[in-house]
Design a protein around this ligand. Structure first.
Ligand SMILES: [Mg+2]
Length: 177
């Protein structure tokens, strides 16, 4: 089986607005250009993965079930705008978690690249041909540590960055149009 390239996206403040620890569906709101970017990546035939630190679970601010409900809403919202999210990987740990097991250093909290490696193995992804995008240095570092191309999203318009990424890394074969 040949490995496929993919787009890896941070969730909070990259795809959706974050007000601190977001988990309530009523607060769901796209970042500017995020819906269009998801459609663009899907039309380019790329898998889209979300890799997200959700330390609010470890801190007891919300439950894993809350997060899954929110993520399912995000997956539905993506499909409604012509996008597709193949899979979501999350890290529930946080250095300030009251449970020492949840506060211990883990392999999944970005900038650790564990979530990226897990998805790559699960879905047969070519990391060197893939791109990580996120709004924090820790996202970029995780991508680089996984051997990926990595972009810092500065928050203006995710679709503009999506266009740039596609033209730089996934230049389409000649199309008739
Ligand atoms: Mg973020």
């Amino acid at each position: 089986m040949s490995l496929k390239p993919a787009i890896f996206l941070d969730r909070d403040d990259t795809l959706i607005r974050d007000d601190g620890y977001i988990y309530e569906i009523e607060k769901f709101a796209w970042i500017t250009g995020a819906a269009a970017a998801l459609k663009r990546f899907h039309q380019a035939g790329l898998h889209v993965f979300i890799v997200t630190n959700q330390g609010g679970i470890g801190r007891g601010i919300f439950t894993e079930a809350d997060m899954h409900a929110f993520n399912n809403h995000l997956i539905d919202a993506a499909s409604k705008v012509g996008g597709a999210i193949t899979d979501i990987a999350f890290c529930p740990h946080h250095p300030l978690a009251p449970d020492p097991a949840m506060a211990a250093h883990c392999r999944c909290r970005k900038p650790e690249p564990g979530l990226l490696f897990d998805l790559a193995e699960k879905w047969a992804i070519d990391l060197a041909a893939s791109v990580m995008i996120g709004d924090r240095d820790s996202d970029v570092e995780a991508g680089k540590r996984a051997g990926m191309n990595a972009y810092l999203f500065t928050g203006d318009d995710l679709d503009q960055l999506a266009k740039e990424v596609l033209s730089q890394h996934f230049a389409a074969p000649t199309r008739s149009q």
